[in-house]
Design a protein around this ligand. Sequence first.
Ligand code: SF4
Length: 219
Amino acid sequence: MPWRALPGQVADPYAVWLSEIMLQQTTVTTVMPYYERFLKCYPTVQVLAAAPQQEVLALWAGLGYYSRARNLHACAQKLAQLGGFPSDVEGLQALPGIGAYTARAIAAIAFGVPVVPVDGNVERITSRLHAIEEPLPAARRQLDRLATLLNDDPQAREAPSDFAQALFDLGAGLCTPRRPSCLMCPWRATCKAYATGAPQRFPVRRRARQSRNDMVSSL
Ligand code: SF4
């Protein structure tokens, strides 16, 4: 993926931010040509900040959720005022259009802060590692807390950028919603959902539990 730094390179916060905003609610394949067009037109955050908003929205056309494009432009203007990206989660999260997940992703990938960005994939991995029976969405707070501990390991904390991106890859490629490839997973030995024999059952969703209760009560 073009926004990822190669081994030995330092990730560019502008590239990480742009890709993370574009990837919300859509796929890598869809984002790729938009990302490349944006970087060609706006090679730096300062150039993006100076562009007219209508031009930015026109370049975004087709990617949907136009509030993201407006926030992207507002954020670029704020960053141009600040003189660059803050390197901590709190500073990033104070910027327009940057929520908790994106702030942690930029902090970990671009600035090496040992934090875990928690999106749907990471939530699913966490629910499986701990075989959390509490259904979503009620389990969300517990999952977020447990997910922040996923990097509680010296090797992971030494390489926050690699760890965050490996976690994304594990969620997208191995710990998939319907058919997780557990035999290839480095966490198989300690994964509680794998031990149950039905890891795809996690995360438990409220509707599934309700329908089971309905079945029991109708017996
Ligand atoms: S062992 Fe399977 S269910 Fe557990 S984290 Fe790995 S891929 Fe996911």
